[in-house]
Design a protein around this ligand. Structure first.
Ligand code: ATP
Length: 520
């Protein structure tokens, strides 16, 4: 199945099974805003819990924070967002659609890349086992031509983005003859800058109202509270502050479901350290964050780093952790060495000292900062994309199963009475009442056949189903069914908790991660 079709199926699966709904759908939705349904919110909460605990439980020098979404407007002057949090936009006069100029050009670069890959694949088929990819890349005229075009475009694009030079961006779009996918024309406007922050007014009277912004990142809430936390927590460098919260960006082109939204959630941790040690910590956090992803067991081959060549003015190193989505490897998390830029800016704009007195060095300085920033929604999407699976079964039937990491599954265990008679529902409810204190356990009504009930649980990713049958009142045994293998076994009711609890607990993943981190 084409990857595009897989993605469409995942989106409709999310809606059908209560994971994600378009926002205010009864009014036809709101572009790039989504609501999480009954299963989505559980999965999302589990992701957040795993992240939070990996920060504040596994690191004794990391503490949490929950700052407000509204912040004093000067915050955004100091951080550079008022002047520089822009995307270059371009309109097509015929379709009246708006695009990000940089994305149009990046898509064009990707087209050259695709062309190269296609040529290589064709040659591999032609030459079979004797195919030497490296040699082919060097000698094929067609590949050489596409590589030259790609590299030249890449160089021009990188130059145009410095500044950025809007006229040059437009010229690239003209020279590359990029067409609007909707109208099919090249009737483009000039490129303009567009600020991504949402603004609103705070205060009742029109005169006294103050323009405030919905925060475009959670990080600034941490920077402005740096001193509060450091002093009240008596924190010594190096130490980190972790925060989970909503962020808002008026994205020009919001595509790909929850991958790019206008209201989304971030999990950010700012790690403050001595100047000069930031590269050591940058490398440390690069490894730890990748290990965090990999501990979920979604395949090491599905992750890669993308080191930034072009750095933001405040950063001295940056990398993304990308995950293989159905639409290619995409950024899920960013790790940035932000130097002392943010704290120094807030010091300058507020006029208050944000220095740290280092008792060992006997001097004061503004700490350096390494940031790890991951989007909850992108993480959610990567988990779903990896887990969604359509299976052909031996008996000719098919099933859709979400092979979610067990610790993240919304429901861990569903308990079904085989039918309504002989006190089976009551017995099933008793089992739920016992297990529900340890992990999320649901009772499944006996109105559907047992097969249908299993399929429904497969579709929401429930790792364990328990069936209470007519033998159960006599032998106190139930049928335990495993989601992934569909294997069934009879076990004693008293064993259920111990079999399931360890496998579905976030603690078990944290322990695995903790062991890994010790090596770094
Ligand atoms: P992109 O280049 O895709 O716009 P970014 O580099 O601007 O992302 P950051 O500012 O580094 O993103 O934000 C950190 C994380 O927040 C990203 O790695 C991503 O997971 C998440 N994120 C950013 N923008 C959005 C969005 N519009 N919708 C959902 N998640 C987002």
């Amino acid at each position: 199945m084409a990857q595009e079709d897989v993605f469409k199926k995942i989106v409709s699966h999310c809606k059908e099974y209560g994971f994600v709904f378009p926002s205010s759908e009864i009014y036809d939705g709101l572009a790039a805003v989504y609501d999480y349904g009954q299963n989505g919110v559980e999965l999302k909460n589990n992701i957040k819990q795993y992240w939070w605990q990996s920060m504040v439980l596994l690191h004794s020098n990391i503490v949490g924070l929950d700052a407000a979404i509204f912040m004093h407007p000067t915050t955004w002057k100091a951080s550079g967002h008022v002047d520089a949090f822009n995307d270059p936009l371009i309109d097509n006069r015929d379709s009246k659609k708006r695009y990000r100029a940089d994305v149009l050009i990046e898509d064009q670069i990707a087209k050259y890349e695709e062309k190269i890959q296609k040529e290589v694949a064709k040659a591999r088929k032609r030459f079979g086992d004797s195919f030497d990819e490296e040699k082919y890349m060097e000698t094929s005229e067609r590949v050489k031509e596409a590589r030259e075009k790609r590299d030249a475009l890449h160089a021009r694009y990188a130059e145009a983005m410095q500044g950025p030079d809007l006229e040059m961006l437009k010229q690239i779009i003209v020279d590359e003859e990029i067409i609007d996918p909707i109208s099919g024309t090249k009737n483009w406007t000039d490129v303009r800058q567009f600020n991504l922050m949402f603004a609103t007014e705070m205060g009742a009277s029109a005169d006294g109202a103050m323009k405030v912004y919905l925060r475009p990142e959670t990080a600034q809430g941490i920077f402005v509270n740096y001193l509060n936390v450091q002093k009240t927590g008596r924190m010594k460098l190096p130490f980190g502050i972790a925060q989970i919260g909503k962020a808002f960006r008026n994205e020009i082109v919001a595509r790909q479901f929850v991958f790019r939204m206008r209201e989304f959630e971030q999990m950010e941790m700012q790690f403050f350290c001595q100047p000069g040690t930031e590269m050591k910590w940058f490398e440390y956090w690069k490894r730890v964050r990748r290990a965090w992803h990999e501990a979920l067991g979604m395949g090491t081959e599905n992750y890669r780093y993308h080191d930034h060549e072009k750095l933001a003015h405040y950063a001295n190193a940056a990398t993304d952790i990308e995950f293989k989505m159905p639409f290619g490897f995409k950024e899920v998390e960013g790790i940035h060495s932000r130097t002392d830029f943010d704290l120094a800016q807030h010091e300058k704009f507020s006029g208050k000292s944000i220095k740290y007195f280092d008792p060992e060095k006997n001097e004061s300085y503004v700490p350096y900062d390494v940031e790890t920033s991951i989007g909850v929604d992108r993480m959610f999407l990567s988990v779903l994309c990896h887990s969604y699976c359509e299976e052909q079964l031996e008996n000719g039937e098919s099933r859709v199963v979400l092979r979610l990491p067990e610790a993240l599954a919304p429901v861990k265990c569903a308990v079904f009475p085989l039918d309504k008679k002989d006190g089976l529902p009551e017995l099933a409810e008793q089992i739920v009442d016992e297990l529900k204190f340890h992990f999320n356990t649901h009772y499944g009504d006996p109105k559907d056949s047992i097969g249908k009930r299993y399929r429904r649980q497969d579709a929401v990713g429930t790792p364990f189903c328990v069936t209470v049958d007519h033998e159960t009142p006599k032998d106190h045994k139930v049928t335990l069914r495993y989601r992934d293998t569909m294997k069934q076994e009879r076990v004693d009711i008293s064993q259920l908790r111990s079999i399931i609890e360890d496998r579905v607990s976030i603690t078990s993943v944290l322990k695995k991660l903790g062991e890994e981190i010790k090596k770094y």
